[in-house]
Design a binder for this molecule. Structure first.
Ligand SMILES: NC(=O)c1ccc[n+]([C@@H]2O[C@H](COP(=O)([O-])OP(=O)(O)OC[C@H]3O[C@@H](n4cnc5c(N)ncnc54)[C@H](O)[C@@H]3O)[C@@H](O)[C@H]2O)c1
Length: 416
């Protein structure tokens, strides 16, 4: 059983999955070991992830470990229908995801994954975990652990833990160094600009780009927009991050002051109403707004939809809103622009994120019933293993500490 758009698209999806595989050498290596050792034999894994060609390769890896896998989408706009078709037809994986599905269908598909009573959950944004806790609490006892892919999901899980609502242990894959240093920074950085350019065809050089949030994703986007010749303005709420942005060479100011200056606005905060109506009212006619943070709440579209005098789709991924006689353009309905209008992160960074996911699934299985309920970091050994394998795949060799250096670094007596 599966619910996807069209099985006829499978061949195109297979080509994409195979093309991606070549840039995922770490995951391939893990898959080859899993194939022999079957560390997840008969384990039921429920996944709620962006259904992309890279995710398809993670599904193959889990399956080769002996797991039974069900997959639904973690965002209605990021699903690649040809990839879902290939997963069903060629890899016999149960997929419940349709590009641009309504909220009702999105949550029905999460239900389908949970009806299968997963023993491990792999989530991106915490919708799967929050649904199992609120709608199917009795199923939580069968889950021996979960993992979370993104910053927003980790924040939600920590809030569940604080409220004593979390019922099984979760590993915060997002927080692995080999995940957020690369995926959030270089992956989101490149693919966000890619999505904006595909949606608008705009020239970035010479334009003023306002980036809200100078975390891992925000700095990646700022780095890439700067490379394309933009003048960057950063808005922040954390003093240290604001200072880093300043010393990285960017202007830093309040959104209120940036609003009249920007040609393009990108939110990457994981926060709500970072661009609000009072900001939009100050913007130039023609300003373009988009979001690459996890949820579509960073721009106050609810209110914009209410107070605009006219709204119309002017091209794919672009809605024009008329407000106070000005035109304001919003991309991809405020959803992740990099996954909606482009193809998400390049496979080479997802290689590390999903290598962490595969090894964490194995870790959860090995340590079932031995972990306390917590939102815990990825074990250091896994993080370092992924880094080593990635370096190996890039044919990069690095120095090793000599015995003398090891001794020196553990000592305190040698000074000037
Ligand atoms: N598009 C993607 O593919 C993708 C990939 C990874 C993460 N994400 C999502 O992107 C978001 C950011 O992730 P991150 O890893 O960069 O998080 P982060 O915690 O490293 O950075 C977020 C930054 O936003 C700042 N911020 C919060 N509220 C703000 C406000 N009102 N105004 C200005 N700045 C504000 C915070 O101070 C912080 O520095 C999250 O929702 C995450 O889940 C998206």
């Amino acid at each position: 059983m599966a619910e996807i758009r069209d099985l006829e698209l499978a061949k195109k999806g297979l080509e994409k999955i195979e093309w991606t595989e070549k840039d995922m050498p770490v995951l391939r290596k893990i898959q080859a070991r899993f194939e022999k050792e079957k560390p997840l034999k008969d384990v039921k894994i429920g996944c709620c992830l962006h259904v992309t060609k890279e995710t398809a390769n993670l599904m193959r890896t889990l399956k080769s470990a002996g797991a039974n896998v069900r997959l639904c989408a973690s965002n209605p706009l990021s699903t690649q229908d040809d990839v879902t078709a290939a997963l069903v037809k060629y890899f016999e994986i149960e997929v419940y995801a349709i590009h641009d599905e309504e909220n009702e269908s999105y949550y029905k598909h999460i239900d389908k994954v949970l009806e299968f009573s997963p023993q491990i959950t792999i989530d991106d944004g915490c919708d799967l975990v929050s649904t199992i806790h609120s709608k199917y609490p009795e199923k939580c006892k069968d889950v021996f652990g979960g993992s979370e892919e993104t910053t927003t999901g980790v924040i939600r899980l920590k809030n569940m833990l604080k409220d004593k609502e979390l019922k099984y242990p979760i590993v915060a894959v997002n927080d692995a160094k080999t995940k957020h240093f690369f995926d959030n920074r270089y992956g989101t950085g490149q693919s966000t600009l890619d999505g904006i350019i595909r949606a608008t065809d705009m020239l970035i050089a010479g334009s003023t780009v306002v980036i809200a949030g100078y975390g891992w994703c925000g700095r990646g986007a700022a780095m890439r927009a700067k490379g394309l010749g933009a003048n960057i303005i950063i808005t922040e709420v954390e003093p240290v991050k604001a200072l880093e942005a300043k010393m990285d060479g960017f202007r830093v100011m309040k959104m209120n002051n940036a609003a009249p200056l920007g040609d393009l606005f990108i939110t990457l905060t994981g926060d709500i109403n970072v661009i609000d109506i009072h900001h939009i009212k100050k913007m130039k006619s023609g300003a373009i707004l988009c979001n690459s943070g996890h949820f579509d709440v960073e721009i106050n579209l609810k209110k914009l939809n209410k107070i605009c005098t006219e709204k119309r789709k002017v091209r794919e991924f672009v809605n024009e809103y008329k407000i106070d006689g000005k035109s304001i353009y919003v991309l991809a309905e405020g959803r992740l622009i990099n996954l909606a209008a482009a193809n998400g992160h390049p496979a080479s960074v997802m290689d590390m994120s999903f290598a962490n996911q595969a090894l964490v699934a194995e870790f959860l299985c090995e340590n079932q019933h031995r972990m306390k309920i917590d939102v815990m970091p990825v074990p250091k050994a896994i993080d370092e293993k992924v880094a080593k394998l990635k370096l190996e795949s890039l044919n990069i060799k690095i120095d090793k500490l000599t015995p003398e250096q090891k001794k020196y670094l553990k000592s305190w007596s040698i000074g000037t």
